[in-house]
Structure formats: C-alpha cells, structure tokens
Ligand binder design. Structure first.
Ligand code: ADP
Ligand code: MN
Ligand code: MN
Ligand code: MN
Length: 344
C-alpha cells in the first residue's frame, strides 16, 4: 500500500473575513479519484465554527491538486465544511455556489480573477522593505510592472508561487508588480464557477505557505496604507456563452444595467473594509456609485477595449476587494446576471 501526505484545506468561521486552515492526513494514494480521498474532521471550537461542547465539524473533499511543495504523489485537498449531520455548515459558502453553478450551467459561465495582495515582512507590521518607523518609500509612479531591486520588492516569492501553481495544476494566467511598492497581482482563469473559486483559494494557500519559507507574509487588506497609496482588489472578469458570441456586447451591456440595480447587495459580499478602498480615487469608483464604461478604470464595471472592438467578450467587475470570498462573489454575479438578482 502506498501512502501519501494529503493537506486538507478549508475556510474557517472568522468574521467578517474567513481565513484558510489546513492539516495533514496520511492516506492511501487516491490516484485521480476524488472519491478515494477520505472524509475527515476537525475541532470547530478552535476555528469559530462550533462551541466547545459540540465541537466536531466534518471535512468533505471537493477538489484536489498536486502538492508542489512536498512533491511526489502528495496532494492538496480543498474541502467543504459540513455539520455532523452532513448538511453544509453555515460558513460553507461553496455549497451555495454549487447550487448557482448547477442552476445556470446552460449559460456556460467563465470567470477570471485578478488577485492583488501586499507583501509584509514576517511579523506583518510594515510592507516588505518599506522604511522602518514612520518613513515612506518614494511616491507611486514607477513601481507598476517595474524591474530592479529599487523598484520592486519580493519577486522571489512571486516566482516561487507562479511555479508552484503551475506544478499544482492551478490555472494561473499571469502576474505583475502593482502600483504600490510591495504590492503584486496574480490572475487565475478563465474557469467555470467552482473551479475558479477552488483555484483561487488554493493559490492563496500556496502564497501564504511559500511565504513561510522566505519570511514574507502576504495580506489581502483592501487598503493596507491610507493616503496616496493604491488599495488591493480582486477584479472579477465574467462572461457567459452569449457574451462571447457574435452580438455579445449587447448582452454585456444588459448585464451591466442589471448589476447596477443590485449594487448594494453585491457590495455587501465583495469584501470587508472595501469602503476604505472604493473611494473614487486610485482607479476605483466610489462605493456608493455605480458606473460602467468601455476601458474605464474609474468605473465599477469596465468593458475591456478588446471586447468593445470585437463586439463580444467579457466584463470586468472592479468592485471586489482583495479579501473577498470568490464563492460569494461568483454566486452574486451568477444570480444577478443569469437569474433574477442577488438577494444577499
Ligand atoms: P487587466 O487589464 O484588468 O489588468 P488581467 O490581464 O490582469 O486584466 O486579467 C484578465 C482576466 O480576465 C484574467 O483573469 C483572465 O482569466 C480573464 N478572462 C479572459 N477572458 C475571459 C472570459 N472570456 N471570461 C471571463 N474571464 C476572462
Ligand atoms: Mn490585472
Ligand atoms: Mn491590478
Ligand atoms: Mn483588472
């Protein structure tokens, strides 16, 4: 019997922002079969998912990747958290997306997510290589997509992360240094709704885990530094089959109008503290406004130039914050654009 290390990964019950947790189980090699990965459990009283007197929560494996850190046949297992009776736990946002994904499957939805994040030194106090004490780096302007040790901070982690995602089988499609020094972005997709959510959460886990090796911590705070420093978002790119086909631009415009009607409901699940980021400055639209436009990086929804030119393609929802839960954001987009609207 061949055994492997399986890292079971799940979302905890912290509010307002769930965090990742994981632990290792030695299991018989499952091959390519998800069903061969055993269910497991954990102490929910230590993750804000249960009380001490009734503390067991169950872990149901729902997707797995190759473990690029341990290598070999070892795996990373994405799990849903279930109650002891097998119903989804109240913190289980993926169960909700599963329903929406099934309901709107015939729209053939695709998502691509741009994850911005900020690197910190290991104690998480100042952004990586920012001056100690109360000093600041030189103002923004030369850091975005920069090169050189004085322009970008922490590239060794970005390179290790990209390589690890590729080895794991995560559909990462690009990376770039961001406008604020020590801020970076990676993108995943385009993928179906559940895959997009799973790949993003697994990619986040790998970023944190690899940061341990380098003494760098990554954070998803939507506005790490107040003032004239860019915030961190998670632009969510979305298309349906009809949007990608001839005449799709009309479908995209109709979707934008509908999204405007449910702006408040969407903002409610687009990440905590997003009000500090959506100020109307630094390539954002104010949190209480809704606008869409071609190529407009100050709009809530941007229709990319290439989409406008081709007459079909996808839309970019620029509102989600870096700390958003993709299972919730994708549910909201599906319910509003493909269904009757998102109720929250
Ligand atoms: P930006 O110009 O906003 O920085 P990026 O290149 O960072 O754009 O990200 C583009 C994103 O759009 C990627 O995540 C990619 O997967 C996604 N994407 C591309 N085509 C589609 C599509 N047809 N439907 C949904 N998402 C798409
Ligand atoms: Mn981008
Ligand atoms: Mn960006
Ligand atoms: Mn973008």
């Amino acid at each position: 019997m061949k055994v492997i290390q399986a890292e079971y990964i799940w979302l905890d019950g912290q509010k307002p922002t769930a965090k990742l947790r994981s632990k290792t189980k030695i299991i018989e090699e499952p091959g390519r079969k998800l069903e061969a990965i055993p269910e497991w459990g954990f102490d929910g009283s230590s993750t804000e998912q249960a009380t001490g007197s009734f503390s067991d929560c169950a872990l149901f494996p729902v997707a797995f990747f190759k473990d690029p850190i341990r290598g070999g046949a070892n795996i990373l297992v994405m799990c849903e958290v279930m109650n002891p009776d097998g119903t989804p736990h109240s913190s289980n946002t993926r169960a909700r997306l599963t329903k929406a994904a099934e309901k709107y499957r015939n729209h053939d939805p695709l998502f691509g997510i741009e994850q911005e994040y900020t690197l910190y030194d290991k104690d998480g106090v100042r952004p990586l290589r920012w001056p100690e004490g109360s000093g600041f780096p030189a103002p923004q302007g030369r850091y975005y997509c920069g090169v050189g040790s004085d322009e970008v901070y922490g590239r060794e982690l970005i390179e290790a992360h990209t390589k690890a995602c590729l080895e794991a089988g995560i559909l990462i499609c690009g990376t770039n240094a961001e406008v604020m020094p020590a801020q970076w972005e990676f993108q995943v997709g385009p993928l179906g709704p559940l895959e997009a959510g799973d790949h993003l959460w697994a990619a986040r886990w790998l970023l944190y885990r690899l940061g341990e090796n380098l003494g760098i911590s990554a954070k998803l705070d939507p506005k790490p530094i107040a003032g004239d420093w860019n915030g961190a978002g998670a632009h969510t790119n979305f298309s349906t089959k009809a949007m990608r086909e001839n005449g799709g631009l009309k479908v995209i415009e109709a979707a934008c109008k509908k999204l405007g009607q449910f702006h408040k409901e969407h903002i409610a699940v687009y990440g905590a503290d997003n009000d500090r980021r959506l100020t109307g400055k630094h390539e954002t639209c104010g949190i209480n406004e809704f606008r869409y436009g071609v190529s407009d990086r100050g709009a809530s929804i941007r229709i990319p130039m290439a989409t406008a030119n081709a007459g079909c393609g996808y839309l970019e929802d620029r509102r989600p914050a870096a700390n958003m839960d993709p299972y919730l954001v994708l549910t909201a987009l599906l319910e509003t654009v493909c269904g009757e609207g998102f109720e929250g």
